[in-house]
Design a protein around this ligand. Structure first.
Ligand code: PEP
Ligand code: MN
Length: 355
């Protein structure tokens, strides 16, 4: 249940509503307060206040409306906010501003890992020329083996900031620990929370409450249900950061032909369940570069708000995920096809079926 307080309510009135809710619901039930849509909101798990308690709460002068929700996630629910959220990236650190969740799909591209200055600058210019709007590059890499390249760390963040300066592209990079959120937010336009950390709750809370409130791209966990994923997003929003983008990157399957199983069903389903933008990562989902163009088209046709594509000028010598990395030439074709498919999807049905 969400209690929306009036925009004119004072801090004192807002506190009174929280106290009243605590009395009515019992002090053990966690209550959280956050600001979203320029309104202060109070959330509590479940709707089970009796009619008398409900009436007492709705009669408080500071309460604008009470929204009962049947789902465990609340603030991210489509029932709470019917219009799509648009996440604006790149307008704070000097990059070009890009809206994710607006009408046109956004293409994010770049290497899995930042490897060197030369590598990143070459790829950054190439992905910009290919038409991508945001540059990706991992500085802190969550690798399965401790013997694999772990990323350049803070030096990689410096390089990403230089690449933004040179190309104007906003940058996205992964943050793996709560203690590093502020540091990564100094350099990155979007914080990426990777699959392996989707349920790292202290990290989600830190990404929700850090001062810069950078947008967060939350990747689906390796074997997470949609409700678990939405509850992870809820952690970030409840902690005070409404700028969350969901990213489907494939889930574990029994088949070994592809690295993961791309769950495109989740795209229209998420649009029904949540107002947050949804993007698709066909690189990690398939693990094979030859499958990336087809699944990119399919993702846009399914209604994705964008794509994130691992791209490398020399994929075969990439230090990380080369097998699934496309070239800038392939990227250019995908950007073109993305626009084309999006146009078809948004065009009115002008063709009549002739038998
Ligand atoms: C990545 O984007 O390079 C990455 C590690 O992704 P995921 O968390 O989806 O495996
Ligand atoms: Mn990768």
């Amino acid at each position: 249940m969400i209690i929306v307080t009036r925009s004119q309510a004072t801090g004192e009135e807002h506190r009174q509503v929280i106290e009243l809710l605590q009395q009515l619901a019992g002090s053990q039930r966690p209550i959280s307060a956050t600001t979203m849509l320029e309104r202060r909101l109070i959330t509590i798990d479940g709707n089970n206040l009796d009619a008398q308690a409900h009436a007492a709460l709705s009669q408080h002068s500071a309460v604008e409306r009470i929204v009962p929700l049947q789902t465990p996630y609340q603030l991210v629910s489509r029932v709470f906010q019917s219009e799509n959220s648009r996440v604006v990236v790149g307008d704070r650190l000097g990059g070009q501003s890009v809206s994710i969740g607006a009408a046109a799909p956004v293409v994010i591209a770049g290497p899995c890992a930042v490897e060197s200055r030369e590598q990143l600058m070459e790829i950054a210019h190439a992905v910009k020329a290919a038409g991508a709007q945001v540059l990706r590059g991992g500085a802190f890499k969550p690798r399965t083996s401790p013997y694999q390249f772990q990323g350049l760390g803070v030096a990689g963040l410096h390089l990403l900031a230089q690449a933004r300066e040179e190309t104007g592209l906003p940058v996205i990079t992964e943050v793996m620990e709560p203690e590093m959120v502020d540091v990564v937010a100094q350099y990155a336009d979007i914080l990426q929370i990777g699959s392996r950390n989707m349920q790292n709750f202290p990290l989600l809370q830190a990404a929700g409450s850090h001062l810069a409130r950078r947008p967060v791209m939350l990747k689906r966990g390796l074997a997470s249900t949609i409700d678990e994923w939405l509850l992870a997003a809820e952690y970030i929003v409840a902690a005070g950061n409404p700028n969350v983008i969901l990213c489907e990157r494939g889930i574990r399957s029994f088949d070994t032909h592809t690295r993961n199983l791309l769950d495109l069903t989740c795209v229209p389903l998420l649009h029904e369940l949540t107002h947050l933008p949804v993007i698709v990562d066909p690189s990690h989902a398939t693990g094979r570069r030859e499958l990336v163009p087809t699944m990119s088209r399919a993702a846009i046709a399914a209604g994705a708000d964008g794509l994130i594509l691992e791209t490398h000028t020399d994929p075969n010598s990439a230090l990380c995920d080369g097998r699934q990395s496309i070239t800038p030439e392939q990227l250019q074709t995908i950007v073109y096809e993305t626009r084309l498919v999006a146009q078809i999807m948004s065009a009115p049905a002008v063709f009549e079926y002739v038998a």
